[in-house]
Ligand binder design. Structure first.
Ligand SMILES: [Zn+2]
Length: 601
């Protein structure tokens, strides 16, 4: 028997045969038929066909209905039963930074021993030996939480042992920690006498000397010393990021730290006709601006005035309708910069003979004091800007919800869409507040699995908190609208692995044995729920659900075609999903290389 499934590229052809001699409707530009279409529209959840005209969907339904839209110039694609769905809306990522990492010394999120870390950095130094003795080396995508053996510490001595005179910094992939060598600390003026910065931490040895590990605001000073990014290179980095997104099926994204450089790079692509995803930006408001929040909000408004293109049209554009505020760091050990309701536990024994007991540290104070947070949220709400709050620990989540309650009371009925990104641990009493206050949790599903970062918290959290770590299913059960955000480049961009983990809460089958099994007691999300999280729910978060996020007549034609049906394949196989075609506003922005024709003898 031979299965005649032609190469993907050959399925699309100009319909030279006029299917309907007297079509009752204007012909479509493109028609997709004979597919399994997941619409994310609860009124019509599945269909077989759809038609597109002028960048918008003009029909969703069965093949017979679609035939009426086929005219002489219509491009018809026979999906051969393949799965089509709305394009992915990624509700939280850092695309320019991600694109830039492709150009830097990159540790690729690997789980490393100290010796392997040293070898990786030394390789980069050796490859750029002409930069001795003074040029900075910036290393990225260090998976600090997965260093082997578990709990091993790195200090400036780790980097001082390398053969170089250059200042070296290594950035953790989580983005909240930097490891610096002694030369870098010295050039940045970080020493024994340096006071603790607000919103950060300098780790110190018994003598009070910096160990080289710096958290959040403590490493901000390096930015002025590192070579500033070149705008030309930034445009290249943004283009590379867009290509990577389209390959994975992303058609809209939120840049969750939308700096002027980010806006400039993506706007340059927009002007050149090379913007291939709807680009939303959340300019940051920093804790240090707490004393002058009016000016901070004014700055965001000015960026909006310069870059935002107004009402969305079929072709992707630039939108500035969010502002980003960090309320804490990360719960992951060893940083423990997540702000907690109850203290982290502490080891009262030694590393060899540990004795874990109730601790006293709840992590840092929430980076914005309540009155400042309330003031800035209300000011943003009045300006029509949605707050996008980073809150990782349950203390920060609670502070965010408390301030949003004040915002809701101050501006009742206003269409403001606050989002809380990460929510890695949430106090159960706060679960129902997301629905009550209409707050969208934006979750990175790929974290919801046994791995170095999650299991590394066992001792610090204790068993009860470990049961509810990464509470996507629990929040959903409490009525929350869950949205997905990859947080790329905190992890490699792998949307389909993330969606798989959202369902299974398991690591990849090839992960080490210690990471087998499910994470915690959370039930996880249904397959439909993860697809909705990465489409219509994230579109709601970004205030574009009236025109994207589902396949409905009148909406923009943002859709993807997949090589499998993620609603029915074995759950593990969702991770291997391949996107065959990505369409944004009716325009094909990505087509997979043709598949080899499948045949069986
Ligand atoms: Zn982020």
């Amino acid at each position: 028997m031979r299965e005649a499934r032609a190469a993907w590229a050959l399925c699309t052809s100009l319909a030279l045969v006029a299917a309907a001699a007297a079509a009752p409707v204007a012909p479509a530009d493109r028609v997709y038929r004979n597919g399994t279409v997941f619409t994310a529209d609860t009124a019509l959840p599945s269909a077989a066909a759809l038609a597109i005209r002028a960048g918008r969907i003009v029909y969703v339904g069965d093949d017979a209905g679609a035939a009426a839209f086929v005219g002489p110039a219509t491009i018809t694609t026979d999906l051969h039963g393949r799965f089509a769905m709305p394009g992915l809306v990624d509700g939280h990522m850092h695309p320019l930074e991600a694109g830039r990492t492709l150009l830097k010394c990159n540790l690729d999120y690997a789980s490393l021993t100290v010796a392997q870390l040293q070898r990786g950095v030394q390789d980069c130094l050796d490859r750029s030996s002409d930069k001795e003795p003074d040029a900075w080396l910036e290393v990225v995508n260090w998976f600090q939480e997965s260093m082997r053996p578990a709990g091993v510490r790195t200090t400036r001595a780790t980097l001082d042992a390398l053969h170089t005179h250059r200042p070296v910094i290594v950035r953790s992939s989580f983005g909240h920690t930097v490891l610096a060598n002694s030369r870098a600390l010295q050039l940045a003026g970080i020493g024994k006498a340096t006071p603790e910065p607000a919103g950060g931490k300098i780790w110190r040895d018994a003598d009070g000397q910096p160990t080289g590990v710096l958290e959040d605001a403590a490493f901000a000073g390096f930015d002025a010393l590192l070579p500033s990014p070149d705008p030309q290179q930034d445009v290249q980095a943004a283009a590379a990021a867009l290509q990577a997104m389209n390959r994975q099926g992303v058609t809209s994204f939120l840049d969750a730290i939308g700096t002027p450089e980010d806006l400039a790079a993506f706007s340059a692509l927009r002007r050149a006709g090379r913007l291939t995803a709807r680009a939303h930006f959340a300019p940051p408001i920093e804790p240090k601006e707490s004393g002058n929040l009016d000016a901070a909000v004014q700055r965001v408004r000015a960026l909006r005035a310069s870059y935002d293109e107004g009402a969305l049209v079929a072709a992707p554009g630039i939108t500035v309708r969010n502002a980003k505020l960090f309320l804490d760091g990360v719960i992951a050990a060893p940083a423990l910069t997540g702000a907690m309701v109850e203290p982290y536990r502490r080891n009262a024994g030694t590393e060899a003979a540990p004795d874990w007991q109730a601790g006293t540290s709840r992590g840092p104070a929430v980076y914005f004091a309540p009155p400042a947070l309330e003031t800035v949220l209300v000011a943003l709400g009045r300006a029509g800007i949605d707050p996008h709050l980073h809150a990782d620990g349950d203390g920060a989540v609670r502070a965010a919800l408390d301030a949003i309650a004040v915002l809701r009371a101050a501006l009742p009925g206003a269409d403001i869409r606050p989002a809380i990104a990460h929510d890695e641990i949430v106090a159960p009493a706060d679960f129902p507040r997301f629905a009550r206050l209409d707050v969208t949790p934006v979750l990175s599903f790929q974290w919801e699995k046994p791995a170095g970062d999650t299991l590394g918290l066992r001792d610090y959290f204790g068993p009860e908190r470990m049961k509810i770590l990464e509470p996507a299913g629990l929040l959903a059960a409490a009525g929350a609208r869950i949205a997905f955000g990859s947080d790329w480049p905190v992890d490699a961009l792998d949307e389909w692995f993330a969606l798989k983990v959202g369902v299974t809460r398991t690591n990849a089958p090839q992960a080490p044995a210690e990471f087998h099994g499910r994470l915690g007691d959370d039930p996880g999300l249904s397959r439909t729920a993860v697809l909705r999280a990465a489409t219509i729910a994230a579109a709601y978060e970004l205030h574009e659900d009236d025109v994207t996020g589902s396949l409905q007549t009148g909406k923009f034609a943002d859709l993807i075609v997949l090589d499998r049906n993620p609603l029915v394949v074995p759950a593990e196989e969702i991770a291997a999903t391949r996107v065959l075609e990505t369409v944004v506003g009716g325009r094909v922005v990505y087509t997979a290389p043709p598949l080899a024709p499948r045949s069986t003898p």
